[in-house]
Design a protein around this ligand. Structure first.
Ligand code: COA
Length: 197
């Protein structure tokens, strides 16, 4: 039997939401994504959004988390507005796009396939909702714990390199903290695209 199960997180499962947020804070830092409890609960009520948790089959501990959403026109525009002009094309009518959000696996459970399973569950979720292409912003966390190989293995390519991408957000978001840079984030983001889901 597998040592963990992956399941969708429900807003009513406050214990799992709490553990999920704690893991996300530990692995990614705080305040630089949809990472406040109230925002997560708000997002979980949206049918265009899902969060998945890899939970220990033994004691239910949350070992990994991932977030995914269908990218509607408004959110696509929001994304475009944070990018240098021309980075992304105008959205075509009828495009059904997906978005991979944060993904994190507890440091003592990495390199056992949990991150890859979470990625596959997210891509299946988007496929089931009719998405035919996917975007994500990759954060180069560290050479040994980056999700880049997992994304490349699934067919994603880099379509933009964005230095200091999260700096404005980190200045605006009170109490935010990047795991590497502290209160002011200077990390580079890679905009990645999977053209055929
Ligand atoms: C990125 C991250 C989610 C990957 O999680 P993971 O559970 O270690 O991922 P996997 O185990 O599926 O795959 C990672 C590597 O382990 C390898 N692996 C998978 N199963 C393995 C096993 N049983 N034994 C040894 N290696 C294994 C994979 O082939 C992959 O290797 P590669 O990088 O050389 O291609 C995790 O490292 C993490 O939380 N990083 C910090 C946060 C972060 O950067 N998140 C992404 C940005 S939002």
């Amino acid at each position: 039997m597998s040592e963990y199960v992956i399941r969708p997180v429900q807003a009513s499962d406050t214990d799992t939401v709490e553990r999920m947020m704690a893991l996300s804070d530990m692995c990614l830092g705080t305040g630089l994504g949809p990472v406040t409890r109230s925002q997560m609960l708000h997002d979980l009520a949206d049918p265009a959004f899902a969060a998945f948790a890899a939970c220990s089959a033994k004691d239910g501990a949350v070992l990994g988390v991932a977030e995914v959403r269908v990218l509607d026109t408004e959110r696509y525009q929001q994304l475009v507005s944070t990018l240098p002009p021309g980075t992304l094309p105008a959205r075509k009518d009828g495009d059904r796009l997906g978005w991979l959000g944060n993904e994190a696996v507890h440091p003592s459970h990495r390199r056992r396939g949990i991150g890859g399973r979470l990625r596959d569950v997210m891509l299946d979720w988007l496929r089931d909702r009719g998405c035919t292409a996917v975007y994500t912003l990759h954060w180069l966390s560290s050479p040994t714990s980056s999700s880049l190989p997992l994304l490349v293995a699934a067919g994603f390519t880099v379509v933009g390199v964005l230095p200091e991408y999260w700096t404005p957000t980190s200045l605006e978001a009170e109490g935010s903290r990047c795991l590497h840079c502290g209160p002011q984030c200077h990390c580079t983001a890679y905009l990645m695209h999977l053209p055929h889901l």
